[in-house]
Design a protein around this ligand. Structure first.
Ligand code: TYM
Length: 329
């Protein structure tokens, strides 16, 4: 039986956070042995907002190394950089021509990222068409992502259907693979905002490369609701509920078990043990991150990934171009 295909990616626009890990990265690791997986660093998406060249390069390598450090086995899954497979840019353009302005105007990520800015690049607006192309090039069945990517995935499904309707059956209609707990990890300083690597306040997120003591400090300073009950109640206790979600995702304990464990104890012991659970998860990951960066193997792995990804991506692109009426030589 052929394996179902999986594709996903993360932007190298800052350090990966615990939100990225819980919402998506750990599902990459989970799916890699049972599915045909493609995991990329979406550097072409990152440049939709200005990036300092040296930082972009460092962060692209860092994200790739973190994929491996988190447990992605490059023999089982294809790991690559989006910009090294030009078919993404090419199909991205073709998808832009298929996307309506109104569809892009409705995208909340665009609204959030452009809010209050005097001018934004056109690439930020057409970003979702490129993301659709990313997924369609591999005919992915499943796309492991956090909750904030649902709207982009819905557009991808619409574009795949639109193309199939116009030019004949070509694309798989992909489904999201979204965790039950932890699909939307919130900021430590404000539970109305999602935890994000682009937040200027570093205390609002836990970076996967934060030293253990910094992690402990950030969790001890995390905003908690008034009261002292460790109770999952997102409407009335959003701050504590967010910490419970993190605890549950990191330890695999159920929300009910966590509530029972800290019944009547207040926030102190809960936060302390949460910090230790996060450190216990992240410390081995950081060790293996250092080993990977020191090994000098990263470029070879990414080159192999580029070759494998290109084969499939170019085959899809040729088929698409021929169906659309381009002269294929
Ligand atoms: P990005 O780089 O913002 O985030 C990478 C992944 O992490 C998830 N995530 C979160 N999950 C839970 N809680 C959070 N606070 C949190 N923050 C981020 C995101 O949902 C995502 O899965 N557009 C994408 C990148 C992309 C992509 C693709 C994804 C480009 N092409 C093709 C899948 C398939 C993005 O900006 O992710």
């Amino acid at each position: 039986m052929t394996k179902l295909k999986v594709l996903s990616g993360m932007q190298p626009s800052g350090q990966l956070t615990l939100g990225n890990y819980i919402g998506a990265l750990r599902n990459y690791v989970k799916l890699q042995h049972t599915h045909e997986c493609y995991f990329m660093v979406v550097d072409m998406h990152a440049v939709t907002v200005p990036q300092e060249p040296a930082a972009l390069k460092e962060q692209s390598e860092s994200v790739a190394a973190l994929y491996l450090a988190a447990g992605i086995d490059p023999k089982a899954a294809t790991v690559f950089l989006q910009s090294t497979v030009p078919a993404h840019a090419e199909l991205g353009w073709l998808m832009t021509t298929l996307t309506y302005m109104g569809e892009l105007e409705r995208m909340t990520q665009f609204k959030d990222k452009s809010a209050g800015k005097e001018s934004v690049g056109a690439g930020l607006f057409t970003y979702p068409s490129l993301m659709a192309a990313d997924i369609m090039l591999y005919n992915a069945d499943l796309v492991p992502v956090g909750d904030d990517q649902k709207q982009h995935l819905e557009l991808t499904r619409d574009l795949a259907q639109r193309f199939n309707g116009r030019y004949g059956d070509t694309f798989t209609i992909p489904k999201g693979y979204i965790p039950e707990v932890g699909a939307r990890i919130m900021s430590l300083d404000d539970a109305s905002k999602k935890m994000s690597k682009s937040n200027p306040n570093a205390g609002s997120y836990i970076a996967l490369l934060d030293p253990p003591d910094v992690i402990r400090k950030k969790i001890s300073r995390a905003v908690t609701d008034s009261g002292r009950e460790v109770k999952y109640d997102p409407a009335n206790k959003p701050e504590v509920s967010n910490l419970i979600s993190i605890y549950s995702a990191v330890t695999d304990k159920s929300v009910a078990d966590i509530e029972a464990m800290y019944d009547g104890q207040g926030y102190g012991p809960f936060k302390k043990e949460l910090a230790e659970a996060v450190v216990a998860l992240i410390e081995p990951l950081q060790q293996s991150y250092r080993d990977i960066r020191e090994s000098g193997e990263l470029h070879r792995i990414l080159k192999e990934g580029q070759q494998k990804a290109s084969e499939l991506a170019e085959r899809t692109l040729r088929d698409v171009k021929s169906k659309m009426g381009f002269v294929v030589l």
